[in-house]
Design a protein around this ligand. Structure first.
Ligand code: NAP
Length: 315
């Protein structure tokens, strides 16, 4: 394992929060090092049109937005390292960040590791994930289901967005929601209800995904939670959109997490953790707003805090 010289600031993660922190700290001449993680660009790279990020009157493709942010960060001197942080040690004055193969040291750290899609936890889901027909990304995989029937599981904005996107390709989209009311914003609900291709199944859960033997989804076994009635619905694809789990495991021993695994900032701050010089921004800490623009805002806050912290250490 190699050990490098001490960085001013290491940013972990490259979603909106991490790249905004990179732009700010790079412009402050701190020469940030960004550790990219398993999904460079974060969750927005799997989104189609982003219509609510300010500055784009006609919306912008999620991948294009993240690509622009990365180039902007690079332009001011941000360096990128491809790797996944497995371990940290904040007990020493220069903080240690380790990917397993590579070890880094930094005076300050900005954690912006985002969140990963939640799954139901079914054995069949695991067996059929990816090429078998279970996926979490309509943008990535929707086109494979042209003229086929698919289901989307969930009742939030993501589920509605996925369902609407899939109507471009699929013959029918069934939205399966465990309650009798969607959690999604009104505008998304209106769009879902207006679509002739989408049917909503209320109070319904997926008990099993059928097709594990053939290694290809052929349907879902459903259960109505009010009547306990069990039924099977034939489909070729299952799109899971039931929320996210924060990517905070490497920090569990060093920082405070809430019951759902989100990093806990200290009272009175959105981005300061209990360790001085260590900040958290975006979906790994924010379970309330979870928007690209709020993540970017938190990345900016964390960068400014890191800059101040480093200046204080030198004075
Ligand atoms: P979410 O709002 O947390 O919704 C998750 C949905 O999955 C809920 O309907 C929940 O049901 C359901 N669910 C959770 N666990 C489940 C389980 N084990 N089995 C069955 N259903 C389950 O997550 P999200 O839709 O990913 O959205 C996250 C945030 O991003 C939100 O703030 C959202 O507004 C935002 N977002 C915005 C946009 C946009 O503005 N274009 C697009 C996507 C996401 P219950 O309702 O019963 O809890």
């Amino acid at each position: 394992m190699s050990s490098a010289s001490t960085e001013n600031v290491i940013i972990i993660g490259t979603g909106c929060a991490g790249l905004t922190a990179a732009i700010y700290t790079a412009r402050a001449n701190l020469k940030p090092l960004v550790i990219e993680g398993n999904q460079p660009g974060g969750q927005l790279t799997t989104t189609s049109e982003v219509e609510n990020y300010p500055g784009f009157e006609n919306g912008i493709d999620g991948f294009a937005l993240m690509d622009q942010m990365r180039k902007q960060a690079k332009r001011f001197g941000t360096r990128f390292f491809q790797g996944y942080v497995k371990k940290v040690d904040f007990s020493q004055s220069s903080y240690v960040i380790s990917t397993g193969e590579q070890e880094f040291r930094a005076r300050s750290v900005i954690i912006s590791t985002g969140a990963a899609p939640r799954l139901l936890g079914l054995e069949s889901e695991k067996l059929l994930f990816g090429g078998g027909g279970v996926t979490t990304c309509a943008t990535c995989d929707g086109a494979f289901y042209r003229d086929m029937d698919v289901v989307v599981v969930g009742g939030g904005d993501s589920a509605c967005e996925e369902a609407l996107f899939l109507t471009r390709f699929c013959s029918k989209v069934t939205l399966i929601h465990r309650r009798d009311q969607l959690r999604a914003s009104q505008i998304m609900q209106d769009r879902v209800f207006a679509s002739e291709k989408i049917e909503v199944l209320w109070d319904t859960v997926v008990d099993d995904i059928l097709g594990a033997e053939e290694k290809a989804v052929r349907g879902v076994r459903l259960r109505n939670r009010k009547t306990d009635q069990v039924s099977e619905l034939p489909c070729k694809g299952v799109f899971m959109a039931i929320g996210h789990i924060p990517n905070t495991q490497p920090f569990a021993g060093s920082l405070d997490l809430d019951d759902d695994g989100y990093l806990l900032p200290v009272p009175g701050s959105q981005v300061k953790t209990k360790i001085p010089g260590v900040y958290a921004a975006g979906d790994c800490v924010d379970h309330v707003y979870r928007q690209a623009v709020t993540a970017a805002g938190m990345g900016c806050q964390a960068a400014i805090e890191a800059e101040r912290w480093l200046a204080e250490q030198e004075s």
